[in-house]
Design a binder for this molecule. Structure first.
Ligand code: FAD
Length: 367
């Protein structure tokens, strides 16, 4: 009999894994929950290469905004921008850019839904019951769904991670703010360039994107501590780049993860952010999830054994995932330097910025 796979989650990883299982020899139920997929994310060459193996890349090219350079600047006390380093991406121009999450998910969803064996439920799963023979999922309305295998793609704070890991109590959460502007001014100022701007209370990451077919600018503000809000800019020239009317959305991202856990228990396999919570400082969370998906896709080409799939995945992917998490944490600490160390950081970026970026991206962007 055809095995039933249940995917919990309606975000990027859920639809990505659904696309992988489409056309394979399984029936798939996907429980979408109340998905909110806001803003854009960077696709790096490793992610682009992986995405190319999952979907027809031509379906997404028109909403891909290429990035050709990374500029690092400091906002001084008079709110004037001082350039610390500008890095031109000579070799990676074709494959580094930004893409709206909504659009990316739409394309993955279309791919997944080309499978006749997939059913979507707009349902939030509250309980996972691991019986001897099968698993049962209970949603918030008390409906029960029987399944053979569960893929938990419901994020760092979802029911799947709590089931597999036990609790989230070892994870501290850090506040990060996101916003989007569809004004022309910031888009024209950021075209083709990703900007990292140091401020006394944290740092901004600003880059152009395309949202709902409109030119837009994506903003992230990472405060150096959870009490800081995105700063109100007053200088006229800087307001062109960071307008005052931005509507900031607060996200909580995992931080200080002093845990070593599994990603699999009783036929519940964690995927995406649920499996490997990753700080966003290297913008690799989604890119690594794409690499994970390609790994699973290649495995499933020749083998339907799901337990073996999980075992091979853990053996081959965990090391890289942990390394990226560690690197992301270190980069975050450097970007968020305060007091004396921030002067050292700025001096280092001024003198060695290009080499530093080269070193980081050459290692991380390699597939
Ligand atoms: C500020 C920031 C910037 C980032 N920038 C980048 C970037 O530039 N490049 C990059 O590659 N990555 C980036 N990332 C990482 C990337 O966004 C994540 O890796 C990716 O969104 C993770 O997707 P996910 O589907 O695993 O988890 P989530 O996005 O958390 O999605 C989980 C989904 O599960 C649903 N859900 C939860 N509980 C249930 C339930 N009980 N039942 C049913 N559904 C449920 C939720 O509604 C949600 O839709 C960034 C992250 C942040 C926070």
């Amino acid at each position: 009999m055809m095995k039933n796979i249940s995917i919990i989650g309606g975000g990027f990883s859920a639809w990505l894994i659904a696309a992988i299982f489409s056309k394979k020899r399984f029936s798939v139920n996907i429980f979408e929950g109340k998905s909110k997929n806001f803003g854009s994310q960077q696709i790096a060459p490793n992610g682009w290469l992986a995405l190319n193996q999952i979907i027809d890349i031509n379906n997404i090219k028109s909403s891909f905004e290429p990035l050709n350079a990374i500029h690092i600047k400091r906002i001084n006390s008079e709110e004037i921008l001082e350039l610390l380093s500008n890095y031109e991406l000579i070799n990676n121009v074709e494959a580094y850019g930004s893409i709206s999450r909504e659009n990316l998910i739409k394309v993955l969803k279309n791919k997944a839904l080309s499978n006749k064996n997939i059913k979507i439920f707009e349902s939030t799963i509250d309980h996972i019951i691991p019986n001897e023979l099968n698993k049962e999922l209970v949603d918030s309305e008390g409906r029960v769904f029987k399944t053979d295998f569960v893929i938990g793609a419901d994020g760092v704070d979802g029911v799947s991670r709590r089931f597999v890991v036990g609790s989230n109590k070892n994870i501290n959460f850090k506040k990060i703010f996101r916003s989007v502007s569809v004004d022309n001014n910031p888009y024209n100022l950021t075209k083709r360039v990703l900007q990292i701007l140091f401020h006394s209370q944290g740092y901004f990451v600003i880059y152009p994107t395309i949202i709902k077919n409109k030119k837009a600018t994506n903003y992230i503000f990472v405060p150096s501590n959870n009490n800081f809000l995105p700063p109100q800019i007053t200088s006229k020239s800087l307001l062109y780049l960071i307008p005052q009317n931005l509507n900031w959305i607060t996200n909580f991202v995992p931080h200080d993860m002093n845990e070593k856990t599994s990603i699999f228990k009783k036929d519940v396999f964690l995927f995406g952010e649920a499996a490997f919570p990753t700080l966003p400082h290297l913008a690799q969370g989604g890119n690594q999830i794409l690499e994970d998906a390609v790994f699973l896709k290649n495995f499933l080409e020749n083998n339907d054994n799901l337990n073996e799939m999980v075992r091979t995945f853990i053996q081959k992917r965990t090391l890289k995932r942990n390394l990226i998490s560690k690197k992301s944490e270190i980069v975050g600490q450097a970007l968020n330097s305060q007091k004396l160390t921030k002067h050292i950081r700025d001096l280092l970026i001024q003198s060695k910025g290009k080499d530093m970026i080269d070193n980081i991206i050459n290692q991380v962007w390699a597939s």
